[in-house]
Write a protein that binds this ligand. Structure first.
Ligand code: SF4
Length: 339
């Protein structure tokens, strides 16, 4: 069914309700798709005894509202706008990905900005799940301009060839010897995550905004600022290690290892358990710096809201002298959420 320009697999949801004998479902959607969630409640009214709308954050497939669903006695979750993230869900979940039906904004944005890709012959191509249905079309369009676009098979948590997440680009990074640069379809946010992990030129294309651009300068600026936060954290004696209970972000083992490393280095470290990571709470927590084991992009996108360093695990290792900056930047180690 087409709702607001998105393909919404209502039949898939109905089948899932039947097969799993779901009576009460919790419906989760990211902010831009809440209208679709409302429409879905109407569509499923005859299949479900009760459909409850989740009002909290929903930033990725990692962010399943399991605790909320259990608290309200829901039998399962209908999760909109993202592909499956976990290999196994802790309770019945169905993912309605909401892919974009019309490729026109994508075609317009690409054709209007092809000049940016002049001189490139082989490019690694990635897209958010919303635009994945058009990836072959995109390859053909780029081919028409003499550019060979490559994708490669997905590795967990990615589910589809060509798919990227703000924290997952492994298939593209594997192509690094075979391409001259990368084009990421989605937003500047999605391109920038790759920019931290490779030396190759990165371009983003945002079909909604009709924008396309290079991210080299922005990646450099960001890395410079990250280095500043690592330096600032060197003087911190009292650190908080952030652990989120969101199922796809829960990294207790990583947090415990970091705590040990920090204590061995003579620092005091406490583990902070959170759901959504609340920046206001961090600012007022009394810690001098944080290490983030939840969504890696919090350290990038939300850093300035807190001012105190919110280091990634790899950055914490650099601060402790356990890893070298030069080895970590522009490599897949940068966003690796493990130590
Ligand atoms: S961990 Fe962060 S970047 Fe990765 S899918 Fe979840 S919200 Fe997106």
């Amino acid at each position: 069914m087409l709702i607001s320009g998105y393909k919404v697999e209502v039949e898939l949801a109905r089948g899932w309700v039947r097969e799993n004998c779901i009576k009460r479902a919790l419906i989760q959607a990211p902010p831009g798709l809440r209208g679709i969630a409302n429409k879905l409640v109407e569509e499923l009214s005859s299949s479900l005894e009760e459909a409850l709308l989740h009002g909290g954050g929903c930033w990725g497939g990692c962010d399943l509202a399991i605790a909320h669903a259990r608290a309200v006695g829901a039998d399962g979750i209908i999760h909109l706008g993202h592909a499956r993230f976990l290999d196994e869900d802790p309770m019945p979940c169905v993912y309605l990905e909401c892919r974009r039906a019309d490729p026109e904004p994508l075609i317009r944005a690409l054709e209007g900005n092809m000049k940016s890709l002049e001189g490139f012959e082989r490019i690694g191509l990635g897209a958010t799940v919303q635009w994945l249905d058009h990836i072959d079309l995109l390859k053909r369009l780029l081919g028409g301009h003499g550019i060979r676009a490559r994708t490669s098979p997905p590795t967990s948590p990615l589910r589809y060839e060509g798919q990227v997440l703000g924290c997952a680009y492994q298939p593209l990074l594997k192509l690094s010897r075979e391409v001259d640069g990368y084009l990421v379809i989605g937003s500047r946010f999605h391109g920038l995550g790759l920019g931290l992990q490779t030396e190759k030129p990165i371009f983003f294309l945002d079909p909604e905004l009709g924008a396309m651009g290079a991210l080299g300068a922005e990646s450099e600026k960001l890395l410079k600022s990250r280095y500043g936060y690592i330096e600032a954290a060197r003087g911190a004696r009292d650190l908080g290690i952030i652990v989120s209970i969101k199922p796809g972000q829960f990294r207790m083992r990583c947090a415990m290892r970091l705590k040990k490393l920090l204590e061995r280095a003579g620092r005091k470290a406490e583990i902070l358990i959170m759901d959504d990571v609340d920046m206001e709470m961090l600012r007022n927590s009394g810690f001098e710096a944080f290490i983030n084991t939840a969504c890696p992009r919090l350290s990038i996108e939300d850093q300035e809201r807190v001012e105190l360093p919110i280091l990634l695990p790899a950055e914490a290792l650099i601060m402790l002298g356990e890893a070298r900056w030069e080895e970590v930047i522009k490599s897949p180690k940068y966003l690796a959420m493990e130590v």
